[in-house]
Design a protein around this ligand. Structure first.
Ligand code: FES
Length: 95
């Protein structure tokens, strides 16, 4: 099962293969900013992927559109659209 590691603490979350990243974080009681409830339009759920970018699902059309519109950093992913396929290490400014 894939693991999620964090930059600012030693928590490790084990998640089901292909788990939705935002849902996995929320279920582990780690807060994720959102004003659209995971519908992919607010981009508040962005997280920085420090390690394991290749272990997240490829960006879907919606995420690519939002990246084109908002121009966020290459290592950021919309957690509500990304699925966890392997180990990753992530961070968010508000954690
Ligand atoms: S929760 Fe709004 S875009 Fe992800």
């Amino acid at each position: 099962m894939p693991k999620i590691f964090f930059v600012k603490n030693s928590n490790v979350i084990e998640v089901a293969q292909d788990a939705n990243l935002m849902e996995a974080l929320t279920e582990a009681e780690i807060p994720v900013a959102s004003s659209c409830g995971g519908n992919g339009v607010c981009t508040k759920c962005l997280v920085k992927v420090i390690e394991g970018r290749e272990n997240l699902s490829p960006e879907n059309d919606l995420e690519q559109d939002m990246r084109d519109i908002h121009g966020y950093e290459r290592n950021q992913r919309m957690s509500c659209q990304a699925h966890v396929c392997g180990d990753i290490k992530i961070d968010a400014d508000y954690w």
